[in-house]
Design a protein around this ligand. Structure first.
Ligand SMILES: CC(C)(COP(=O)(O)OP(=O)(O)OC[C@H]1O[C@@H](n2cnc3c(N)ncnc32)[C@H](O)[C@@H]1OP(=O)(O)O)[C@@H](O)C(=O)NCCC(=O)NCCS
Length: 89
């Protein structure tokens, strides 16, 4: 989702049988390119603290934590916070 000079990555998912083969990293790089081409200055996303794979991916691409959104996601028992990350383009 692009609004003015900000992009927000709302969802990214790779089918389970295709994970850990570089598709997510390539797709993320593509979306960063789309945001840059649209003139965006920053790209935001949320991720669960428990999602170690996605957090590794975002950290190695250069995303940094901006804030925590309390009780953002439904979880098995109650709710789970979201880490709010940003990448300056
Ligand atoms: C997150 C997701 C999109 C990544 O897609 P992918 O195609 O598996 O990602 P890639 O193969 O490009 O990269 C995965 C990276 O995570 C690493 N990784 C995998 N499992 C890991 C784990 N348990 N702990 C830490 N790192 C892990 C891999 O080693 C790889 O890093 P590397 O390139 O430095 O070796 C995919 O796991 C997915 O669809 N998950 C379910 C939906 C989801 O959680 N989406 C994100 C919501 S914020």
């Amino acid at each position: 989702m692009i609004a003015l000079d900000e992009a927000h990555l709302l969802n990214i998912a790779v089918a389970a049988e295709w994970q850990n083969q570089g598709i997510g990293r390539a797709f993320l790089a593509h979306m960063i390119g789309v945001a840059q081409s649209a003139g965006c200055q920053i790209i935001y996303l949320e991720v669960r603290p428990s999602n170690v794979c996605a957090r590794h991916l975002y950290r190695t691409v250069g995303f940094q934590q901006i804030a925590i959104r309390p009780d953002y996601y439904p979880a098995l028992h109650g709710r789970e916070d979201a880490l709010f990350l940003g990448l300056t383009l």
